[in-house]
Ligand binder design. Sequence first.
Ligand SMILES: [Zn+2]
Length: 266
Amino acid sequence: MDIVEQIRAADIKLDRYTTGNHKTLCPQCSHTRRNKRDPCLSVTIEQNGAVWNCHNCQWTGGAREQTDRPIVRRDRVIKRPTIQPESLRITSDVVAWFAVRGISLATLERMKIKTANVWMPGPNCEVGVIAYPYYRGGEVVNVKYRTEDKQFRQEKDAEKILYGMDAVPADAKSLIWVEGENDLLAFHEAGIFNVVSVPDGAPKQARDDVPNPEDDRKYEYVWNCNDWLKRFGAGIDRGNQPSHWPRYLHVGRLARGERCAVQGRQ
Ligand SMILES: [Zn+2]
């Protein structure tokens, strides 16, 4: 389905399905309201997708162009996480752990950071961890788990994407790239939301060649978010636009701190 079909499938009716901001009736709540004609649903349509948000019932959703779907590689199948962050809670010791690092509960709640008990490869047993859900278009695509002694893992076979995408304002003109989730949270504390974090920390070295997206495991999150990145005029095209490549191939350098203004305490 294209974006317009997806908007219609959500029962949202617009006079014109053009890019830009629209106001219309909310299919979730307008029929139940005293003022049935109040256009409480805001719909923003862009080149690669759309988002909507009801000011009355808080219903939100979005549509994405098909090409934003993950690249399915021959050798594996992408799975969605089995854990749903909404069903988890955050314990007071984790809130306190973040408070020491200057990260407020409001930021943790915005990013739906939770406490979980999951199997970790180091101790080879279930342990209490911090869970950082990776959202794209309102959907949990991956989850990063972190133990107190700084061991990490992500959901098995989940798609790798950038962290923080859904918190980036739709009208952001630029993106700041950081190396870890906590660095991103520090930016949020400073009121800066056009930030994403790479999912695997900083690459050891920048690549100089141009890999095929199907073979590119190290930067697959860039490919998987490519349509979204193009919104900021910063997407990459297969092979034939080398001028765009260095920005991404040097993500490692950026993320290692050469332009990272705020560092979260790890
Ligand atoms: Zn509504």
